[in-house]
Structure formats: C-alpha cells, structure tokens
Design a protein. Sequence first.
Length: 40
Amino acid sequence: TTCWASAKQYRNRATDRLRSLDSKLCAERKLELLREPNYN
C-alpha cells in the first residue's frame, strides 16, 4: 500500500509539474499571438 501510495503521489506531482509547464507555455504562446496580430 505504501508503495502504491508513493507511486500515486509521484504521478500526481509529475502531472502538476506538467500542468504548470503547460500553462506557462500556453501563456507564452498567448503573448506571442498578442505581439503578432497577423499571425495565424
């Protein structure tokens, strides 16, 4: 159970890290689009 719990914890931490990285990239992308209005 401890092994499973720690594995689940690790997965959640990794997912949080990916999610924060994803939102950071998304924010940077939005800034790029705002900088270049004609960009498709």
